[in-house]
Design a protein around this ligand. Sequence first.
Ligand SMILES: Cc1cc2nc3c(=O)[nH]c(=O)nc-3n(C[C@H](O)[C@H](O)[C@H](O)COP(=O)(O)O)c2cc1C
Length: 221
Amino acid sequence: MRVGMMTIGIALMMATIETAPTHAAQAIALPPPQVDGGQSVERVLRARRSVREYGRGALTLAEVGQLLWAAQGITHDGLRTAPSAGALYPLELYLVSGRVSGLGVGVYHYIPARHRLVPVLGGDVRAALAQAALGQDCIADAAATLVFTAVTRRTTRKYGERGLRYVDIEVGHAAQNVFLQATALKLATVTVGAFDDDAVALVLHFPHEHAPRYLMPLGKH
Ligand SMILES: Cc1cc2nc3c(=O)[nH]c(=O)nc-3n(C[C@H](O)[C@H](O)[C@H](O)COP(=O)(O)O)c2cc1C
Protein backbone atom coordinates (compact mmCIF):
# COMPACT_ATOMS: atom_id res chain seq x y z
CA MET A 1 0.00 0.00 0.00
CA ARG A 2 2.81 2.39 0.96
CA VAL A 3 4.66 1.58 -2.26
CA GLY A 4 1.44 2.07 -4.27
CA MET A 5 0.92 5.53 -2.77
CA MET A 6 4.54 6.44 -3.42
CA THR A 7 4.26 5.31 -7.03
CA ILE A 8 1.12 7.40 -7.55
CA GLY A 9 2.81 10.44 -5.94
CA ILE A 10 5.82 10.08 -8.21
CA ALA A 11 3.60 9.61 -11.28
CA LEU A 12 1.91 12.93 -10.46
CA MET A 13 5.31 14.66 -10.12
CA MET A 14 6.35 13.15 -13.44
CA ALA A 15 3.33 14.67 -15.18
CA THR A 16 5.10 18.04 -14.96
CA ILE A 17 8.39 16.75 -16.38
CA GLU A 18 8.94 17.11 -20.08
CA THR A 19 9.61 13.79 -21.84
CA ALA A 20 11.71 13.20 -24.92
CA PRO A 21 12.00 9.98 -26.93
CA THR A 22 15.36 8.20 -26.92
CA HIS A 23 17.19 9.40 -30.02
CA ALA A 24 20.63 8.05 -30.86
CA ALA A 25 21.14 10.86 -33.40
CA GLN A 26 21.21 13.36 -30.49
CA ALA A 27 24.02 11.45 -28.75
CA ILE A 28 26.50 13.58 -26.82
CA ALA A 29 30.17 12.71 -27.28
CA LEU A 30 32.05 12.58 -23.97
CA PRO A 31 35.66 13.81 -23.69
CA PRO A 32 38.09 10.90 -24.03
CA PRO A 33 38.89 9.36 -20.62
CA GLN A 34 42.20 10.13 -18.92
CA VAL A 35 44.20 6.98 -18.23
CA ASP A 36 46.91 8.42 -16.01
CA GLY A 37 45.54 10.54 -13.16
CA GLY A 38 48.82 10.28 -11.29
CA GLN A 39 47.42 9.02 -7.94
CA SER A 40 48.31 5.72 -6.34
CA VAL A 41 45.58 3.12 -5.84
CA GLU A 42 46.63 2.88 -2.19
CA ARG A 43 46.19 6.62 -1.59
CA VAL A 44 42.73 6.55 -3.20
CA LEU A 45 41.67 3.47 -1.21
CA ARG A 46 42.70 5.17 2.01
CA ALA A 47 40.84 8.39 1.11
CA ARG A 48 37.52 6.80 0.00
CA ARG A 49 34.57 7.75 2.23
CA SER A 50 30.79 7.93 1.78
CA VAL A 51 29.69 11.57 1.51
CA ARG A 52 26.01 12.61 1.52
CA GLU A 53 26.28 16.43 1.40
CA TYR A 54 27.49 18.23 -1.70
CA GLY A 55 28.74 21.67 -2.69
CA ARG A 56 26.71 23.81 -5.11
CA GLY A 57 29.31 23.60 -7.90
CA ALA A 58 28.64 21.86 -11.20
CA LEU A 59 30.43 18.76 -12.43
CA THR A 60 32.18 19.03 -15.79
CA LEU A 61 31.36 16.86 -18.78
CA ALA A 62 34.91 15.47 -18.56
CA GLU A 63 34.34 14.40 -14.91
CA VAL A 64 31.04 12.74 -15.77
CA GLY A 65 32.64 10.98 -18.75
CA GLN A 66 35.51 9.79 -16.58
CA LEU A 67 33.12 8.33 -13.98
CA LEU A 68 31.05 6.53 -16.64
CA TRP A 69 34.21 5.16 -18.21
CA ALA A 70 35.38 3.92 -14.79
CA ALA A 71 32.07 2.07 -14.40
CA GLN A 72 31.78 0.39 -17.80
CA GLY A 73 34.19 1.96 -20.28
CA ILE A 74 35.76 -0.10 -23.04
CA THR A 75 39.48 -0.75 -22.52
CA HIS A 76 40.57 -3.59 -24.85
CA ASP A 77 38.77 -5.26 -27.77
CA GLY A 78 35.32 -4.73 -26.29
CA LEU A 79 36.41 -5.67 -22.77
CA ARG A 80 35.59 -3.20 -20.02
CA THR A 81 36.99 -1.55 -16.88
CA ALA A 82 34.95 -3.91 -14.65
CA PRO A 83 34.96 -7.72 -14.90
CA SER A 84 31.85 -9.50 -16.19
CA ALA A 85 30.91 -13.19 -15.93
CA GLY A 86 31.37 -14.68 -19.41
CA ALA A 87 31.98 -11.12 -20.70
CA LEU A 88 28.21 -10.88 -21.14
CA TYR A 89 27.90 -7.33 -19.76
CA PRO A 90 24.43 -7.23 -18.20
CA LEU A 91 24.77 -3.67 -16.83
CA GLU A 92 23.25 -0.55 -18.40
CA LEU A 93 24.13 2.84 -16.94
CA TYR A 94 22.13 6.04 -16.77
CA LEU A 95 23.09 9.53 -15.69
CA VAL A 96 20.59 11.85 -14.00
CA SER A 97 21.97 15.32 -14.70
CA GLY A 98 21.17 18.37 -12.57
CA ARG A 99 24.32 20.53 -12.51
CA VAL A 100 26.73 19.34 -15.19
CA SER A 101 28.36 22.04 -17.31
CA GLY A 102 27.83 21.32 -21.01
CA LEU A 103 25.00 18.87 -20.35
CA GLY A 104 21.31 19.73 -20.12
CA VAL A 105 19.24 18.79 -17.08
CA GLY A 106 17.65 15.38 -17.64
CA VAL A 107 18.28 11.65 -17.92
CA TYR A 108 20.85 10.07 -20.25
CA HIS A 109 21.79 6.51 -21.23
CA TYR A 110 25.52 5.68 -21.47
CA ILE A 111 26.73 3.85 -24.58
CA PRO A 112 30.13 2.29 -23.66
CA ALA A 113 31.10 1.31 -27.20
CA ARG A 114 30.93 4.94 -28.36
CA HIS A 115 31.59 6.66 -25.00
CA ARG A 116 28.47 8.74 -25.57
CA LEU A 117 25.33 9.77 -23.74
CA VAL A 118 21.94 9.40 -25.40
CA PRO A 119 19.19 11.67 -24.02
CA VAL A 120 16.24 9.76 -22.58
CA LEU A 121 14.22 12.38 -20.71
CA GLY A 122 14.32 16.17 -20.28
CA GLY A 123 13.61 18.07 -17.07
CA ASP A 124 14.86 17.89 -13.50
CA VAL A 125 13.88 14.53 -11.97
CA ARG A 126 16.22 14.68 -8.97
CA ALA A 127 13.51 15.43 -6.41
CA ALA A 128 11.30 12.64 -7.79
CA LEU A 129 14.27 10.25 -7.75
CA ALA A 130 15.03 11.20 -4.14
CA GLN A 131 11.41 10.44 -3.25
CA ALA A 132 11.74 7.05 -4.96
CA ALA A 133 14.87 6.48 -2.84
CA LEU A 134 12.84 6.71 0.36
CA GLY A 135 13.35 10.47 0.67
CA GLN A 136 17.17 10.46 0.73
CA ASP A 137 18.00 14.16 0.33
CA CYS A 138 21.50 13.51 -1.00
CA ILE A 139 19.92 12.51 -4.33
CA ALA A 140 17.90 15.72 -4.64
CA ASP A 141 20.99 17.79 -3.73
CA ALA A 142 23.53 15.95 -5.93
CA ALA A 143 24.87 17.56 -9.08
CA ALA A 144 24.18 14.24 -10.82
CA THR A 145 23.32 10.65 -9.98
CA LEU A 146 24.69 7.60 -11.71
CA VAL A 147 22.13 4.79 -11.89
CA PHE A 148 23.18 1.17 -12.40
CA THR A 149 20.58 -1.07 -14.01
CA ALA A 150 20.82 -4.74 -15.00
CA VAL A 151 19.44 -6.85 -17.83
CA THR A 152 19.75 -10.12 -15.90
CA ARG A 153 18.64 -12.27 -18.86
CA ARG A 154 21.98 -11.60 -20.61
CA THR A 155 23.71 -13.54 -17.82
CA THR A 156 21.03 -16.03 -16.67
CA ARG A 157 20.66 -17.24 -20.28
CA LYS A 158 24.10 -18.83 -19.87
CA TYR A 159 24.41 -19.37 -16.12
CA GLY A 160 20.82 -19.99 -15.01
CA GLU A 161 19.83 -18.89 -11.53
CA ARG A 162 23.46 -18.45 -10.46
CA GLY A 163 23.62 -15.66 -13.02
CA LEU A 164 21.52 -13.52 -10.66
CA ARG A 165 24.36 -13.67 -8.14
CA TYR A 166 26.89 -12.82 -10.84
CA VAL A 167 24.93 -9.73 -11.90
CA ASP A 168 24.77 -8.36 -8.35
CA ILE A 169 28.50 -8.97 -7.93
CA GLU A 170 29.13 -7.07 -11.17
CA VAL A 171 27.16 -4.06 -9.95
CA GLY A 172 29.48 -4.00 -6.93
CA HIS A 173 32.58 -4.14 -9.13
CA ALA A 174 31.40 -1.27 -11.32
CA ALA A 175 30.24 0.86 -8.38
CA GLN A 176 33.57 0.45 -6.58
CA ASN A 177 35.34 1.57 -9.76
CA VAL A 178 33.20 4.72 -9.75
CA PHE A 179 33.81 5.27 -6.04
CA LEU A 180 37.58 5.11 -6.47
CA GLN A 181 37.50 7.25 -9.61
CA ALA A 182 35.34 9.87 -7.84
CA THR A 183 37.78 9.88 -4.91
CA ALA A 184 40.72 10.33 -7.28
CA LEU A 185 38.89 13.28 -8.91
CA LYS A 186 38.19 14.75 -5.43
CA LEU A 187 34.45 14.36 -5.95
CA ALA A 188 31.94 13.26 -3.33
CA THR A 189 29.62 10.25 -3.59
CA VAL A 190 27.84 7.45 -1.71
CA THR A 191 26.38 4.15 -2.88
CA VAL A 192 22.61 3.95 -2.35
CA GLY A 193 20.81 0.62 -2.26
CA ALA A 194 17.67 1.72 -0.39
CA PHE A 195 15.02 2.62 -2.98
CA ASP A 196 11.76 1.42 -4.46
CA ASP A 197 12.74 -0.37 -7.69
CA ASP A 198 9.42 0.24 -9.47
CA ALA A 199 9.33 3.91 -8.47
CA VAL A 200 12.90 4.50 -9.73
CA ALA A 201 12.10 2.78 -13.06
CA LEU A 202 8.95 4.90 -13.38
CA VAL A 203 10.69 8.20 -12.63
CA LEU A 204 13.53 7.52 -15.06
CA HIS A 205 11.40 5.97 -17.84
CA PHE A 206 13.52 2.84 -17.97
CA PRO A 207 12.70 0.12 -20.51
CA HIS A 208 11.06 -2.90 -18.83
CA GLU A 209 14.26 -5.00 -18.92
CA HIS A 210 16.54 -2.36 -17.30
CA ALA A 211 16.08 -3.11 -13.59
CA PRO A 212 17.52 -0.51 -11.16
CA ARG A 213 20.21 -1.93 -8.86
CA TYR A 214 22.26 0.89 -7.33
CA LEU A 215 22.40 4.69 -7.23
CA MET A 216 25.44 6.93 -6.81
CA PRO A 217 24.70 10.62 -6.19
CA LEU A 218 27.72 12.74 -7.12
CA GLY A 219 28.87 16.26 -6.41
CA LYS A 220 31.67 18.55 -5.38
CA HIS A 221 32.82 18.50 -1.76
C1 LIG B 1 24.87 -2.37 -0.54
C2 LIG B 1 24.97 -1.00 0.10
C3 LIG B 1 23.85 -0.21 0.20
C4 LIG B 1 23.93 1.06 0.77
N1 LIG B 1 22.83 1.85 0.79
C5 LIG B 1 22.91 3.11 1.29
C6 LIG B 1 21.78 3.95 1.26
O1 LIG B 1 20.71 3.60 0.78
N2 LIG B 1 21.93 5.20 1.75
C7 LIG B 1 23.12 5.66 2.27
O2 LIG B 1 23.18 6.82 2.70
N3 LIG B 1 24.22 4.86 2.32
C8 LIG B 1 24.14 3.59 1.83
N4 LIG B 1 25.25 2.80 1.83
C9 LIG B 1 26.55 3.33 2.32
C10 LIG B 1 26.95 2.80 3.71
O3 LIG B 1 26.12 3.39 4.69
C11 LIG B 1 28.44 3.14 3.96
O4 LIG B 1 29.23 2.46 3.01
C12 LIG B 1 28.86 2.79 5.38
O5 LIG B 1 28.27 3.66 6.31
C13 LIG B 1 30.38 2.81 5.55
O6 LIG B 1 30.90 4.10 5.27
P1 LIG B 1 32.05 4.31 4.17
O7 LIG B 1 31.45 3.98 2.82
O8 LIG B 1 32.45 5.75 4.28
O9 LIG B 1 33.17 3.38 4.48
C14 LIG B 1 25.17 1.53 1.27
C15 LIG B 1 26.31 0.71 1.15
C16 LIG B 1 26.21 -0.53 0.57
C17 LIG B 1 27.47 -1.36 0.43
